[in-house]
Design a protein. Structure first.
Length: 272
């Protein structure tokens, strides 16, 4: 046997053991469709309140049957309204917001059980995931029938003599983590579900970060009457605006559908 033949045998041997039914690509493309919501100053405790339709794309590279690296791109929406609160004090505060979220992230998945799309034995698994993401938010409020962008107004005196804070950035970081499960759809892909949590490092996903209201007359003089009006819509000059000790969170849960991409290396005598 020639040296070239030996090399071919050594290269093809691992794939020959797998057989056709166990062949798989390490790369997958997928979509996720589901709902998103937020926890923060305008919704402190009620999970799955004001859920909105969201979706995304993701790429997964399977390092082995237990570990995968993933990249995600999601479009989500979150909102909350004090009019839906149960406490009179929150209803009187009279704030509301909504925001779109564009999220780009990457992370690692750890499977509970070995899993390979198209494998005769490894047909399903649960998994945990964790990563890092950057997202763009844009908190807005409904006022007199119009949607008003809040960040540029500085409703808590940001960027003025009333506050030591500058205006918050619309680009923020988050730590996504959660769990899911998926099952193989034969040789072509997988179907799954996932629940994901995003811990952010901002208290302004809802434009509410300060504990107390600023002086409306002074804010009107520096940032304009609209900023003053939207800063305090309760009519109570001495009430509380928010909780400055907690950061905001958002969540994304839904169904996933993935497809293999790429081809398994082929060898002489080994089926494709």
């Amino acid at each position: 046997m020639t040296r070239l033949a030996y090399l071919l045998v050594l290269f093809c041997l691992p794939f020959s053991f797998e057989g056709k039914s166990q062949a798989y690509s390490r790369s997958e493309l997928g979509v996720m469709v589901g709902t998103s919501y937020y926890i923060g100053d305008l919704n402190q405790f009620r999970h799955f309140r004001d859920t909105k339709l969201g979706g995304g794309l993701f790429y997964r590279y399977n390092v082995n049957a237990r570990v995968a690296i993933r990249g995600t791109f999601n479009y989500l929406r979150v909102e909350a309204d004090d009019a839906d609160a149960k406490r009179d004090l929150l209803i009187e505060r009279n704030l509301n917001f909504k925001s779109t979220i564009w999220e780009l992230g990457s992370g690692v998945e750890l499977n509970y059980f070995p899993f390979k799309i198209g494998h005769d034995r490894f047909r399903g698994t649960g998994y945990l995931f964790m990563g890092l993401a950057a997202f763009r938010m844009n908190p807005m409020t409904e006022y007199n029938g119009d949607d008003i962008a809040l960040q540029e107004l500085g409703t808590e005196g940001q960027g003025t003599s009333l506050s030591q804070k500058s205006k918050y950035s619309l680009i923020q970081m988050a730590i996504p983590f959660g769990f899911g499960g998926r099952v193989s759809l034969g040789e072509i892909g997988s179907l799954g579900v996932e629940f994901g949590v995003r811990k952010t490092f901002t208290d302004y996903l809802d434009d509410v970060g300060a504990g107390l209201y600023v002086d409306q007359d002074a804010l009107a003089a520096e940032n304009g009457p609209l900023a003053a009006e939207l800063s305090n819509r309760s009519g109570n000059r001495y009430g509380r605006r928010g909780n400055e000790s907690n950061k905001d969170w958002y969540f994304f849960t839904g169904a996933t559908l993935t497809f293999k991409i790429g081809k398994k290396p082929s060898c002489p005598g080994n089926p494709r």
